[in-house]
Design a protein around this ligand. Structure first.
Ligand SMILES: Cc1cc2nc3c(=O)[nH]c(=O)nc-3n(C[C@H](O)[C@H](O)[C@H](O)COP(=O)(O)OP(=O)(O)OC[C@H]3O[C@@H](n4cnc5c(N)ncnc54)[C@H](O)[C@@H]3O)c2cc1C
Length: 607
């Protein structure tokens, strides 16, 4: 049995994106010892890719904005399946978290009078996204990292956690391997914060980075914590579709926020053809009004391109299916048309959307200041995740906390753009604080040596199978088959029979994954890493599919062709998944607690 190194921390934070860094800072500030583990190098987490901005009702650009409007927008966007307590805390606390980031050195774009500039985004009634051009995530990570490294946090980079350890009733630690050397590390701790991000790599077309293999979701589930609302996967309407090598890369909603329009192959702004009833009163009647909105006219209503992502994505799918798509199977997104409206359009576009300009120039040889982009939906975000308490972020397993994309609740059935970065700050801080409190109030838990050895043995099995000639498929093949299955059968438009087929395929892939083999040695072996990620991808894919089958209605990001309408009965509960005693996935309906009267009133007032 190989050796492993042991590390002791009061709080172990797994993940160094926005949520993990903010949690580590908060826990450290509370006076406990903190370890921070991440798969990649510090500063390279997926948060760095965030483009459009951080949603917070600062009211710098439109003084009608406040937490109530943000709360109501978030609940409407989530189709009222949200954890309303989280939506309330998020709307109230996001402005302070953004100002705090500024105090720590973040350089935001500015209004003419020197305040943080805010831009329009889908589903937000007023301009609300604090931003740095279209590179907001980079600024956020840089600032949190700079601030964090002065807090005395122990960072374990390029280190992947493969199992959470419990003493039977609460969290006790985690086991990880070093990506570079292949050696194992045991972390003993009193509390764990999971901040591992999303699951996009379960799909073939995604905006997500290689790290997004659903590790936190699967680790929590395997350790006995509950998952919630896994059926809600967000397909962002605008990903690049051409050339094939860049398919899925995100085209920020900021393009539409700055006046970009969606056109079909007949040059028609098709988004005007389908405006949902619940948004009609907030949506422009005509193109001129939509343009005025993007230019800050407070009397104008938003253009339909800025409706919620689920709706825009489905409208694009409809155009393509009905033969009105672009040459490579998407639609056109045009920001160059603003030349007809403003004299210095080229400079304006490059200043406001520098990354988009370079992305299209370098990857597709397209100048977005003169030429429309071709775009189509891409798997982007998961609203579902680890079920947590709204105030503390503790999961259903004592001592295990979760924050950021891997946690569920805030976004309900659909996330509004910009609400993730604010989620990371608000609930990262809360998770860190409450994990520190838990660590102070509880003594160390016992780590079971046999469990550690079992986890190491399981991790090394793919090598042994290959060495003994007992191996089946390689990990990449299985990963690709899984991605194709999820893309084709559990994608943006779903049906019961297709998802039944997906479940059969997932069962078959699980069986084949038990025989997966890898060659080579343990030093930086991506095949081995993929073999270990595969188990997590299979767990989250099964959870998504089972929950999506159970939700026999269409709501938010979850659309069923065989049940195309929302069903009010399905609006009263969350779907919760746990590992049963026999090891199978169990699914239950958990009623959503009654919302307090004052919050109901806020929603009514904002209708
Ligand atoms: C292109 C793009 C643009 C976006 N733009 C915006 C935007 O403008 N506004 C907005 O609000 N949202 C945006 N989003 C969404 C947002 O960026 C993410 O939801 C958010 O950054 C997730 O942050 P996180 O802290 O939860 O996870 P991440 O930033 O992904 O961090 C996850 C961390 O967990 C680590 N990790 C994962 N698994 C393990 C493991 N097993 N062991 C150890 N460490 C592990 C990773 O190494 C990483 O450090 C965008 C997303 C994309 C893809």
């Amino acid at each position: 049995m190989p050796d492993y190194q042991t590390f002791d921390h009061d709080v172990l934070v797994i993940g160094a994106g926005g949520a993990g860094l903010r949690a580590a800072i908060a826990a450290s500030a509370a006076g406990v010892s903190v370890g921070l583990v991440c798969k990649s190098l510090l500063g390279k987490a997926h948060t760095v890719m965030a483009e459009g901005g951080i949603a917070a009702a600062l009211a710098n650009v439109d003084d009608r904005d406040d937490w109530r409007v943000h709360f109501a927008d978030t609940m409407r966007g989530g189709q009222y399946l949200n954890n309303w307590r989280m939506a309330e805390l998020h709307a109230k606390e996001a402005p302070d978290r953004v100002r705090e980031l500024e105090a720590w050195g973040a350089l935001f774009d500015r209004t003419p009078d020197g305040r943080i500039l805010q831009r329009n985004f889908g589903g937000h009634k007023y301009p609300r996204l604090a931003h740095v051009g279209d590179r907001t995530g980079l600024e956020m990570i840089r600032t949190l990292q700079d601030h964090g490294i002065h807090q005395g946090i122990d960072v374990h980079m390029e280190c992947t956690v493969i199992r959470l350890l419990t003493d039977g009733s609460r969290i006790a630690g985690a086991l990880a391997y070093e990506r570079e050397r292949g050696r194992f590390r045991l972390f003993r701790c009193r509390a764990v914060v999971l901040a591992t991000g999303g699951v996009g790599r379960a799909y073939a077309v995604t905006s997500n980075s290689w790290e997004y293999t659903g590790d936190g979701h699967a680790l929590a589930y395997q350790a006995g914590a509950a998952l919630q609302d896994m059926e809600f996967v967000q397909f962002h309407p605008t990903g690049m579709i051409w050339p094939p090598s860049v398919r899925g890369i995100l085209v920020t909603e900021g393009v539409r926020g700055e006046g970009g329009v969606l056109l079909n192959n007949q040059g028609r702004r098709f988004m005007f053809d389908d405006i949902p009833e619940s948004y009609r009163s907030q949506t422009a009647d005509n193109e001129e009004e939509g343009w005025r909105y993007t230019q800050g006219d407070k009397t104008a209503r938003r253009p339909p391109e800025l409706l919620t992502r689920d709706h825009v994505a489905r409208c694009i799918v409809r155009e393509v299916r009905e033969g009105r798509g672009s040459p490579h199977g998407g639609v056109f997104l045009d920001i160059s048309w603003i030349r007809r409206k403003i004299p210095n359009a080229r400079e304006h576009i490059i200043k406001k959307l520098p990354s988009m300009y370079h992305q299209f120039k370098q990857l597709a040889d397209i100048d977005i200041t003169t030429t429309p982009m071709e775009v189509g939906p891409t798997t982007h975000y998961i609203m579902g995740g680890i079920r947590v308490d709204g105030d503390t972020q503790m999961s259903t397993l004592p001592g295990l906390f979760a924050a950021g994309e891997c946690a569920a609740g805030l976004h309900g059935a659909n996330r509004l753009g910009g609400n993730s970065l604010s989620d990371l700050l608000v609930f990262g801080k809360r998770a860190g604080e409450f994990a520190a409190r838990f660590a102070r109030e509880h003594g160390p838990a016992a780590v079971d040596r046999a469990e550690v050895e079992d986890a190491i043995r399981c991790a090394l099995e793919p090598f042994e199978r290959a060495a003994s000639g007992a191996a089946g498929d390689g990990p990449y093949r299985l990963q690709q088959e899984l991605q194709a299955t999820m893309q084709d059968l559990v994608g943006i438009v779903r049906t019961g029979p297709e998802m039944e087929r997906a479940l059969d395929r997932i069962e078959e892939l699980k069986e084949r994954a038990r025989r997966v083999g890898v060659t080579g040695n343990r030093e930086y072996n991506p095949g081995w890493h993929t073999a270990l990620d595969l188990a997590n991808l299979l767990t989250v894919s099964e959870a998504i599919t089972r929950a999506a089958l159970e939700r026999r209605e269409s709501r938010g990001a979850h659309f069923r062709d065989d049940h195309p309408r929302p069903d009010p009965a399905f609006g009263r509960f969350n779907l919760v998944i746990r590992k049963g005693k026999d090891g199978r996935m169990e699914l239950e309906r958990e009623p959503i607690p009654e919302m307090p009267e004052e919050l109901k009133r806020v929603i009514e007032e904002q209708k």
